[in-house]
Design a protein around this ligand. Structure first.
Ligand SMILES: Nc1nc2c(ncn2[C@@H]2O[C@H](COP(=O)(O)OP(=O)(O)OP(=O)(O)O)[C@@H](O)[C@H]2O)c(=O)[nH]1
Length: 434
């Protein structure tokens, strides 16, 4: 198979499948990612030579170089790895399995097309037909449901280390199926794998009857999962990421400022009437540049440079929203109700003030009240006065300045916010607008 690892390619416009891997500590995530890269020949040979230990390749080392990146930054603390096969480009969001890193998983999952949930067979009472799944497996799966990750695949790992892998796979798959049915989770597939031996990851297991499984390998599945369609049917919205003060003379922006960012919803076209938020000023779009500075319309999910037809004050963090027609139904509110995944070590209590990040805009937000806490095993609503680390609940927030959001169910781009501690700058919570 002809594959490469690269920086985010800009010329190749095939949509990439963005997926995350989740699991508890030591379930084999790093080994699985290493296996995907090695067996699909995606790892550069010099990198591979660097991870040979006593003649054996330590697959987990391939991804360990990313851990330093994980510690940096306040919100985007997930390491992304790019690779492609002949049929598809992939972006893997690699978040560590430790419970205290759940925020990384939430950050990565909120924009992922798919998730691979690793289930370590050796940690389960696999001989028991009524075996209990680990709490972490249930918690991660429910978070994926909450974050509306479109495709979920369970990979039952380490079956090579089990005496009777067929029995173990049958029992574990039944437990997963039952849990998914109770939790209202749609599961695309459950695959028996050995990340260590490379069975059913890229290549099928050598023993065709292994675990009595004759379905596709994990990579086959990933090559065929749907890429989430961008929100092109909604009115256009555009978070300004940076402002280019003086545009190059080679384009036709006539020395006006260019506002760069990624179109969140709809399509940005010349002539579009826009309203700048929060100032409320109006303008029309005079020019739209794609990432290569070619003038053209740019749809949701792609980067664009916008030139307006008049000088209006626009800064990083502002939003350009469709004005006129249906677009005007999006109004900015000072109070929002949201589901929160609480990630801070300090519990969430009413009255605390945080920074809320929406697109690239920071606004002070005060927790007005905790409406409910959700049972992480069932998502049932419970009374609560505070949310402990890793809890999920519904809250009401009062914003210092209004934000134009949409329910997360309508738009993942406009409906997601991050809460950041004003003192420590740590990501404290992930918010999904109700
Ligand atoms: N027998 C067996 N061992 C495996 C398999 N996959 C991983 N392991 C071993 O399990 C241990 C943990 O693997 P990692 O890949 O580091 O686990 P991880 O989930 O990335 O761990 P964190 O990064 O700490 O979250 C290592 O000793 C691996 O060699 C497998 O398929 N079979």
């Amino acid at each position: 198979m002809n594959t490469t690892v690269s920086s985010p390619p800009s010329a190749d416009t095939r949509p990439a499948l963005k997926f995350i891997t989740c699991g508890s500590v030591d379930d084999g995530k790093s080994t699985l990612i290493g296996r995907l890269l090695v067996d699909s020949k995606a790892v550069l040979q010099d990198h591979l030579a660097g991870v040979q230990r006593q003649g054996e390749t330590d697959l987990a080392l391939l991804t360990d170089g990313l851990s330093a990146e994980r510690e940096q930054g306040i919100t985007i603390d997930v390491a992304y790895r790019y690779f492609n096969t002949e049929t598809r480009k992939f972006i893997i969001g690699d978040a560590p399995g430790h419970e205290q890193y759940t925020r990384n998983m939430v950050t990565a999952a909120s924009s992922a097309d798919a998730a691979v949930v690793l289930v370590d067979a050796t940690k389960l009472d696999w001989r028991n037909a009524d075996l209990k799944l680990l709490a972490q497996t249930r918690r991660h799966s429910l978070l994926l449901k909450l974050l509306r990750v479109p495709s979920i695949v369970f990979a039952v790992n380490k079956l090579d280390a089990i005496e009777d892998p067929t029995l173990a796979f049958t029992h574990i798959r039944n437990a997963l199926t039952e849990f998914a049915a109770t939790a209202g989770l749609t599961v695309t597939a459950t695959v028996p794998v050995s990340a260590l031996k490379g069975w059913n990851v890229v290549e099928a297991a050598a023993d065709a009857h292994w675990c009595s499984y004759s379905g596709p390998t994990l990579l086959d599945l990933l090559e065929h999962l749907p890429v989430t369609p961008a929100d092109v049917s909604l009115p256009v919205s555009f978070p300004v990421q940076w402002v280019e003060k003086f545009s190059s003379s080679s384009d036709t922006s006539q020395g006006r400022r260019v506002f760069w960012g990624r179109v969140a919803t709809g399509e940005m076209t010349v002539g579009q009437a826009v309203k700048v938020m929060p100032s409320g000023l109006s303008a029309n779009v005079a020019q739209v540049l794609d990432h290569a500075r070619n003038p053209k319309s740019v749809a949701a999910g792609h980067s664009a440079g916008i030139v307006l037809d008049r000088e209006v004050d626009v800064s990083r963090g502002d939003w350009l929203l469709a004005a006129g027609g249906e677009g005007d139904t999006l109004t900015a509110e000072r109070s929002i109700r949201a589901t929160v995944a609480w990630l801070d070590d300090e519990p969430l209590v009413a009255g605390r003030v945080y920074w809320a990040l929406h697109g690239h805009r920071w606004v002070k937000a005060k927790v007005q009240r905790i409406v409910h806490k959700l049972d992480i095993h069932t998502l049932a609503e419970e009374e609560a006065t505070q949310l402990e680390p890793n809890a999920i609940g519904h809250i009401e927030l009062a914003l210092q300045e209004p934000l134009a959001t949409r329910p997360f169910a309508e738009s993942r781009a406009l409906g997601a916010l991050v809460l950041v501690d004003t003192a420590s700058h740590k990501t404290s919570g992930a918010l999904l607008v109700a």
